[in-house]
Design a protein around this ligand. Sequence first.
Ligand SMILES: C[S@@+](CC[C@H](N)C(=O)[O-])C[C@H]1O[C@@H](n2cnc3c(N)ncnc32)[C@H](O)[C@@H]1O
Length: 404
Amino acid sequence: MAASRMAELALLIATNTANIDTYLASKGLPTPSFDASQPAHLLNDNKLAAARRAVLEATDELHALMLGPIGILTSPSVRASRLHLLELGAKTDRNKWRQHNFMISLQAICRFGLATGFPTGKDQATFGEIASSSGVCESQLRRILRHAMTFRIFCEPRKGVVAHTAASKVLAENTLMREWIGMVSDEMWPAASRSKLWPDGLVQKSQISRQGISRSELQLRGTKIHQGFNIAHDTDKTVFDELAKHPEREKRYAAAMTWFSTGPGLEPTHVVGGFAWDSIGKGTIVDIGGSHGSVSIALAQSFPSVHCIVQDQADVVKVAQTNLSLDLATRVAFMEHDFFTEQPVKGADVYLLRWILHDWSDAYAIRILRALIPALKQGSKIVVCEHILPEPGTVSTYQERASR
Ligand SMILES: C[S@@+](CC[C@H](N)C(=O)[O-])C[C@H]1O[C@@H](n2cnc3c(N)ncnc32)[C@H](O)[C@@H]1O
């Protein structure tokens, strides 16, 4: 039986790593490590260039194979890893860092519907065909898609002809996933790129130049709110207030959350199994900031006696209500409520906060919790569902990176 691509790659990595090892040992040089004593240019020897490139390329491909199509589309580490490949071929420092643009092609694919831009019924299309169906100029489209192809999103089986890879096919077929990528690339990526470390509370003038904050940014964040999001999206509102002003963006955010909840370890089943919900009998659960209700729906399906009230912003609950199946309509209700104001549902058995507090700094989190106090009866529970950061060094760096 012919070796699989995975096995070929593993062999390439093993062979070339051994060659590098032998060469370094023969020169009396140290083996690569992350130690501060490691010489910065240890592997820059021309004699190592071919083996080093082979290892980097093979590990990149194997890594992408292990991620699978969804991992390729969602893993920032895949993109970051490209930096190293470029460094190898870099002639100037400028070349080295051109991977700052890694999200551009993915953003364009979602924004212009390129993954769904093939003529109906065809699984291949020319750049020109996709350009005319998406309304993007052909030369830009070609550049964008060829950039995406370097991440194994689309391929070019013949010059000028575009076909799906597993990753682009997922994008074409999964609407919620497209909403997630669109939301990440349009909302979160620009915000992340503008994030800075701010001193606690208000920025002191003396710290402005040290932190490289421009005058216009300073004017913008002349308010209490000064997150990357405010600068990137030119607003002094919080993320959710800003989204509420733009129903399409708010709807996309909610759809993205629904997709996110399908990821391994993030499914509502963990909430279902993580608390003794049957102990409340016919009681009431208030799902605060419950978005389109994926958690409440899972709870109502698993515990036929409980009643759930999903609270969220006005437009979010409006959309969610219309999508609720009839069989759950008597036990899952949606309610507009701003969680910074007093909780209107008094005496519920559980007030659930899944992935709410993590969006807010402590001062806001305290306000959200305080707003519950007037509603609590003896024995009411507040269930908080959040990712707990591992202690440094207790899990692999790879795992820890995602958490941090
Ligand atoms: C990270 S999402 C979590 C959604 C849901 N709990 C889940 O686990 O999938 C945060 C939610 O809080 C909602 N939200 C933000 N500000 C709010 C406010 N002031 N009052 C009520 N809901 C709010 C958002 O609309 C969004 O649905």
